[in-house]
Design a protein around this ligand. Sequence first.
Ligand SMILES: Nc1nc2c(c(=O)[nH]1)N[C@H]1C(S)=C(S)[C@@H](COP(=O)(O)O)O[C@H]1N2
Ligand SMILES: [Mo]
Length: 366
Amino acid sequence: MVRLKWIHHLHGFIFVLLLLSGLFLYFPQTRTWFNEQQFPLVPFHIWISFLYVLVVFFSLKSVLNHLKRKPYIKYFNIWLNLIFIAIWIVSGMIMYFQIHFPVEIRNLAVSVHGLVTFLILPWVIIHTVGHLIGVKLPWPNWWRGKDPVPQTITENNLERRDFIKFTTIGILFLFIGAGVKWFQPILDVAETGNKRRGYFRIYNVTSDYPKYENEEWSLTIDGLVDQPTILKMEEMESLPSLTIIDDFHCVTGWSVLNVEMKGILVKDIFDAYGITPNSSYVTAYSGDNVYFDTFTLSQLLDEGAMLVFQFDGEKLVHSQGYPCRLYHPLMYGYKSVKWIDRLELTKNRGRGYWQMRGGYDLDGYL
Ligand SMILES: Nc1nc2c(c(=O)[nH]1)N[C@H]1C(S)=C(S)[C@@H](COP(=O)(O)O)O[C@H]1N2
Ligand SMILES: [Mo]
């Protein structure tokens, strides 16, 4: 049984790694922090999950064998675990291979993956603490009265207690988790009478993003152009604007449907200011001095790329790129550089922030 104990602890260790990396991904603040430390949290989470599945797969037989000689209640933890693993695997795979699934399924997978984690959190805590300090909690009276505990399973009090606490506290944690990220924004959207479906999860690679006051912002167009140009807000406002309704897709699986975006076509800016490019590649820089991405000139001029100033009739909020973000209607959200302040025309096409770190596709077409 030494081996089983060892497996149990290994399992627990990997599980906690998964849980922690998952929670760090879940909260924008921690996700951003890890990005700043250049820690590849998403690949880490995925590789650890492979390891986890391997451990479960290869130990399951001996664990089930061992349980055969044990009271029935011992199965509870195993089945709970297996059910959750199945849910995580399915939703995780959908998140990973999301392009092949309809938007609704993808969004559901992202939600379920996170919410289920919050549901199991109290069980993990109770279980771990129980093991660590070796408590044997007494049965609650209402339970004892109905169903006297057979001698054989008194040793399993903790598991039974797990179940009771798990269901009650689980619901509580679910609400905490949901409140943090999923329900609150939905309520916000409902309040503004907004018709769009889903909402943005704020994805920033830096925590000290620029917070422009009204007139501070400007857009520089330079590099291989005849005449470098700097455009201030008032010059932007004098250009013809355009409002489109489109779906915003993040490559990690979530989407926001029917977002009303108001902005100016990149093409209109080039036309209005007679900007003559001497190359066919562009790098779009964020004012956060970290994030950037690259395009062919034609992708920006001929495919409806715009500089967006408003979402759903309101100025962008700070965390979402105020005052201006790039948007390409045919591409993933990571091409939508927030706080964009510079378009540089370059001789060659470089790689962007996420192409260098996360292996994202250079073009990012949906
Ligand atoms: N400057 C900057 N722009 C950025 C990012 C970022 O981290 N920094 N994240 C990108 C990614 S991966 C996505 S999905 C969208 C997210 O937009 P949101 O934060 O408004 O939801 O912004 C994109 N633009
Ligand atoms: Mo993204």
